[in-house]
Write a protein that binds this ligand. Sequence first.
Ligand SMILES: Nc1ncnc2c1ncn2[C@@H]1O[C@H](COP(=O)(O)OP(=O)(O)O)[C@@H](O)[C@H]1O
Ligand SMILES: O=P(O)(O)OC[C@H](O)CO
Length: 512
Amino acid sequence: MTDAHTAGPFIAAIDQGTTSSRCIVFDRDGRIVSVDQKEHEQIFPKPGWVEHNATEIWTNVQEVVAGAIAKAGITRDDIKAIGITNQRETTVLWDKNTGEPVHNAIVWQDTRTDSLCRELGRNVGQDRFRRETGLPLASYFAGPKARWLLDNVDGLKERAEAGDILFGTMDSWVIWNLTGGTDGGKHVTDVTNASRTMLMNLHTMQWDDKICESIGVPQQILPEIRSSAEVYGEITGGKLGDLLGGIPVASALGDQQAALFGQTCFAEGETKSTYGTGTFMVMNTGDKIINSYSGLLTTVGYKIGDQKTVYALEGSIAVTGSLVQWMRDQMGLISTAAEIETLALSVEDNGGAYFVPAFSGLFAPYWRSDARGVIAGLTRYVTKAHLARAVLEATAWQTREIADAMTKDSGVELAALKVDGGMTSNNLLMQTLADFVDAPVVRPMVAETTCLGAAYAAGLAVGFWNSTDDLRANWRRAAEWTPRMDAETRAREYKNWLKAVERTMGWLEDEE
Ligand SMILES: Nc1ncnc2c1ncn2[C@@H]1O[C@H](COP(=O)(O)OP(=O)(O)O)[C@@H](O)[C@H]1O
Ligand SMILES: O=P(O)(O)OC[C@H](O)CO
C-alpha cells in the first residue's frame, strides 16, 4: 500500500524469471511500493530438457501486473511507464496471426542443442562465433534453440518462410502481447537480449547475415533490435488494455543486465553478482568489447536510448540456488532453503567433502557439456551437515573462479563485490564468499535489483529520472562482509576444489 513516504507517480517493472513472473511498483527513490508474483510450471520432458508454457507465462504476467497495481492501491494515472526484464536465452516461436506459440518455450538450461552446437563447431569453427557474437558455442544460447524448433515442429520451416512465424526471447513475447499482440503488437527486442541469441554481431549490433545462415535461422522471423531504454509502444493488449491502456512500455533488459543497472554499476570496472537459481557475475567494461581468453562471455551491458552501447564481461554459473533446491526437494536433507545455513553452521568445516554441481555440464569458465556432478573427498566421517557446507562452498568457489577470470581478462582487481538475489539472505554463504574471493561483499537495501534496473531504464526513457547520477543517489548499503580466512587455508581449500572440478569432466562420451 502507498503511504506518505511513497507518494506517486510511480514506475512499474515486470520480471519474467525462470521460476516465476513478478511485478514491482517503485517510487522515485527506488523504494518498493508493492509486489506481486506467480510461479509457472517447469516442464522436464526428458533428461536435460527444460520447457515453459509461454501462454501460461503471458497469463501470469497479466495477473501479477494487475495484482501489483491493486496492492499499491493506485490507478493508471499514477504509473508513468512500465519496464521489462526477463530470463535470458529462453526461446519461443509463435504464429503472428493467432498469437499461439508453436511449441513450449525452450529454457536456457535445456541441453537438447548440444549435438547441434558440436556440429556447428566442426563445420564453422568456434572462433567465428566467439569473434562476432562474444559467445562460446553452447546449448545455453537462443539461436540454436530456434533452429531446433524449425527442424522439429512439423511444417514450421514453411510457415516461417511464408512470414507467419515470429521468434522471441521472453522480452519480445511479453512486449508483443502487451502492445496489442495480433492487433499490431510490436515485435522488438533490446540489445542485451539480442546479445544472448548468438545471432547478433556485437560490433554492428545487428543480426549477422552469415551467422544466422550458419545456424539456420531465417532473419524474417527475428525482432527489430532496439536500445534498452526507449518507448517501444503502449499497453493496449490483453486483460491489461482496460486497466493500463496507454502506459508506455519503455525498457527491456535481460535480467542479469538489469541487475547490473539496478546495482548502479555505471562505471567501467564495476561488478555485481546475482545469486538465484544460477549465479551471474557481470562487469561493466564501458565502450570496450573485451575478448575473453578465460572462459567468460562478452556481452552487452545496456544501451540507453541513442547513447553509446555499454559492454560487459559475464561469468555464468548454471547451478547455485538450484543445488540448495535439490538438497531440499530431491534429497530431503532440509525442508526449507534457509535451513541449509542452520545445518551447515552445526559443523566447523566441510569434513573433507567438495561438491561440484555440474548438473547441466559446466558453464563459465569451462564450458564443458560433458561434465556431470561429483561429490569428492567422501569418507565415513562426512555427515549431511558437512554436505550442507560443501553445497554453500560450491557457490563461493565457483564465484572465485569467475572472479579470477574477470581479473585476467579485464586487468581490474575486484575491489568489492556487490551482490543480490535470493541466496544473499544466507549470512554464512556471504561470509564464505568474502573469504574465498578475498574481497568485501556488499549487499544493497533493495535486493530486488533486477526489477529495479528495469524500472530505472524505463524511468530514464520517459524522463521520470534525468540521469544515472539520480539513480546512484538511491543506492544504499544494507550489509557488508569482510574476508576473515587466512591465505594458507584459502590456497589449500581452493586447490582441493579445483581437483574436484577436474573429476567432473569427460563423464559423458561424445555420442551421448
Ligand atoms: N537462505 C538461503 N540459503 C541458500 N539458498 C537460498 C536461500 N534462500 C533462497 N535460496 C535459493 O535462492 C534461489 C531463489 O532466489 P531468486 O533470486 O528468487 O531466484 P530466481 O530469480 O533465479 O528465481 C532458490 O534457488 C533457493 O534455493
Ligand atoms: O531467471 P533467472 O534469475 O534464473 O536468470 C536466468 C538467466 O537470465 C539465464 O541466463
